[in-house]
Design a protein around this ligand. Sequence first.
Ligand SMILES: Nc1ncnc2c1ncn2[C@@H]1O[C@H](COP(=O)(O)OP(=O)(O)O)[C@@H](O)[C@H]1O
Ligand SMILES: [Mg+2]
Length: 248
Amino acid sequence: MNTLARVEDLHISFGGVAAASGISLTVEQGEFLALIGPNGAGKTTALRMVAGLLRPDRGRVFFGERDVTNLPAHARVRLGLGFTHQIVRPFYGFTTVENVMLAAGHHQTESPWRALASRSRAAAREKAQAILERIGLGAQAGQSPRALPLGQRKRLEVARALALDPKLLLLDEPLAGLSSHEATTMADLVRALSGQGITVVLVEHNLGEVLRVADRLVVLDAGKVLAEGLPKDVMARPDVRQAYTGVI
Ligand SMILES: Nc1ncnc2c1ncn2[C@@H]1O[C@H](COP(=O)(O)OP(=O)(O)O)[C@@H](O)[C@H]1O
Ligand SMILES: [Mg+2]
């Protein structure tokens, strides 16, 4: 397997509280990696350092062969590093398909609004529509995101990330708050993306779905990697069960 991304010895503290203390991990090309761990373990912080939304106090981030530690998030996006936020924030004044077009425009022109006005608008709309079809939102293209149930709004967030043609997709709790039916739909969808050449790192609390769909687990606890490996092996470890006691 080829390594697509890796982090080495990441450290970061917030006001003296260490949220990451020496996190090192590797993401292989094409894999579906789930990053799990109790609340406050440092999962979101780790994702944000990979995405370039937070600068580590110490340590390096590599994407492909390249050291991207000092690159801002928008430059990493251009290299193929996509991410979604835990809290979805669509533009409510635009339709669902326009939201995907705006995300793509942000990548290509730096001025997202131009994506709606440019001569390539028809092509952009076609591409955005195709992305919506891919994630099962084709029929909602003309609706406001306000009209979409949470599960669909979360899928729109994934569609917005897909508009940027990511090689690596970092997803922060895309199943949070969803009904079990919606969660299964989302987990299946992410699994399908990982089968379509997109490498996925999923942060998720819904262990049932994680164990069903992920190839490999990394468990974070108190800002450190506690365990990693095949889901069934990792979940059999007493220290992993201990870390979760009272949390799930
Ligand atoms: N911007 C911040 N300011 C202060 N503390 C933070 C900040 N972001 C995260 N933390 C702290 O860092 C730790 C890890 O948080 P986080 O990465 O959000 O955990 P997780 O996503 O695993 O629940 C927690 O103790 C959290 O309170
Ligand atoms: Mg989090």
